[in-house]
Design a protein around this ligand. Structure first.
Ligand code: HEM
Length: 175
């Protein structure tokens, strides 16, 4: 995983739960480099999992809820770090382009990026349906990112998620 995912998660933990809790989470997670990440480095996905498990233990918040919170926070950061990747003004158009444009550009910039795929199966003026496919099973992070995008575009949406073996069906509707 890209280092920026770790550095931004630490920022969020510090802001929301305080520096002491962040120190405890880092200690408990037994990280290879004691939690010293650089935004441009790449690190094991397993370290992110350990941080989330420890954060969940310290805050009593379930991991899916933590991932959603984190995704919503992360969206604004990603769009600020890489603003040139956004070519949309409409939320459904934007979501469709995450697969066809944004993550494609991310991969050019960071060839080792670990990205999900979104297989779009239906789209009309008010609805978008796609399968989230990723071995990392970060669909609650995806949900948080979608909520962050909805706020960013000021376009409210409903998000319906259905797990289907190795994939998750997302149904997005304008509301
Ligand atoms: C609603 C919009 C978006 C969704 C739903 C989304 C979804 C995701 C998810 C779920 C991951 C984690 C990897 C996985 O699941 O396998 C990811 C990784 C990532 N995404 Fe997106 N994304 C969105 C928008 C963006 C934008 C706007 C950018 C940049 C401008 C971006 C850049 C990245 C980067 C850099 C990673 C990390 C890759 C790595 O750590 O190796 N994403 N995205």
């Amino acid at each position: 995983m890209k280092g920026m995912l770790f550095t931004e998660l630490f920022e969020l933990i510090k802001k929301k739960f305080g520096e002491n809790l962040l120190d405890d989470v880092i200690d408990d997670s037994k990280l290879a480099n004691d939690g010293a990440y650089t935004a441009i480095g790449s690190y094991e996905f397993d370290e992110l999992v350990r941080i989330l498990v420890s954060l969940s233990k310290h805050t009593n918040i379930q991991i899916p809820d933590l991932l959603e919170l984190y995704g919503e926070y992360l969206f604004d950061k990603l769009i600020k770090i890489l603003p040139q990747f956004n070519t949309s003004t409409d939320i459904l158009d934007f979501i469709e382009k995450v697969e066809t444009h944004i993550h494609v550009e991310v991969r050019k910039l960071y060839p080792t990026a670990e990205l999900p795929s979104f297989d779009i199966i239906y789209k009309d003026d008010s609805t978008l349906e796609f399968f989230y496919v990723s071995s990392r099973k970060l669909h609650y992070l995806a949900k948080g990112l979608l909520l962050g995008a909805s706020k960013y575009f000021n376009e409210p949406i409903s998000i319906d998620m259905n797990e289907d073996n190795e994939r998750v069906l997302f149904k997005i509707k304008r509301i």
